[in-house]
Design a protein around this ligand. Structure first.
Ligand code: PEP
Length: 250
């Protein structure tokens, strides 16, 4: 039985003070009621320290939204995995579609980042997903399977990996994939993992769904056999909504 994992991706929202307040509100509302589910929050880099302090004594994990694949050097504006570790980040989101769309990330750079994070012992949430054009062109499976294979190239151990299937057309648009649409892709991702790593590893791998998850649709998505939680954008910016989604998974 896979433990569900729900992570809030706050993207480029909240000042340091606002992020601290949101983390406190989430913590207060969750109390110690997160036993059935792993929970993480991913504030923007400047707020990692503050949010880390707020959740220090809780089971909520501190997650980063991105990292670089080198340890240090002349990479203005970038943050290394070791820097994230020094802030007690336990996990990093890699290859989010907004990173691919606006910042030129490719399957190759995603793969470099995944390998670096895993080598440093950090958990990885690797995002994959098709655009609307690709879905309408009937190539969803080929695109998503390709992203999975390329992103995990030369990764021998999936112990620290969570995958997130996020159809690009459903992110921040209010359009959610139906549970059946999402399940179909999740099942296909798991079949790819069986092919790459075998049944046992694939059976343990968690695959989150992301794309306009809300309190009203979370339970039906999380009830699908291959959906192991959610990566939550907009709804994670409201403590009530995020906590309701966590409860739907727990
Ligand atoms: C995301 O950015 O990972 C996401 C799923 O966003 P939203 O929930 O707002 O669609």
């Amino acid at each position: 039985m896979r433990k569900k994992i729900v992570v809030g991706n706050w993207k480029m929202n909240k000042t340091v003070a606002e992020a601290g307040e949101l983390a406190s509100a989430i913590l207060e509302q969750l109390g110690d009621g997160i036993v059935g589910c792993e929970v993480g929050i991913a504030p923007a880099f400047p707020a990692l320290t503050e949010v880390g302090k707020v959740i220090e004594r809780s089971d909520i994990r501190l997650v980063a939204q991105n990292c670089h694949y080198e340890d240090d050097g002349a990479y203005t504006g970038e943050v290394s995995v070791r820097m994230l570790e020094s802030l007690r980040c336990a996990c990093v989101i890699i290859g989010h579609s907004e990173r691919r769309q606006y910042f030129g990330e490719t399957d190759h750079t995603v793969n470099l980042k995944v390998r670096k994070a895993l080598a440093e012992g950090m958990q990885v949430i690797m995002c994959v997903g098709e655009t609307l054009e690709e879905r309408e062109g009937g190539v969803t499976d080929r695109i998503v399977t390709g992203q999975v294979r390329e992103g995990l190239k030369e990764v021998s151990d999936l112990g620290g990996v969570v995958l997130a299937y996020e159809p690009v057309w459903a992110i921040g648009t209010g359009k959610t994939a139906t549970p059946e649409q999402a399940e179909e892709v999740h099942a296909s991702i798991r079949a790819t993992i069986i092919d790459m790593y075998g049944e046992l590893t694939a059976g343990h791998l968690r695959i989150q769904y992301g794309g306009s998850v809300k309190p009203s649709n979370a339970a039906e998505l999380f009830a699908m056999p291959n959906i192991d939680g959610g990566l939550i954008g907009g709804a994670s910016l409201k403590a009530d909504d995020f906590v309701a989604i966590v409860r739907a998974a727990g």
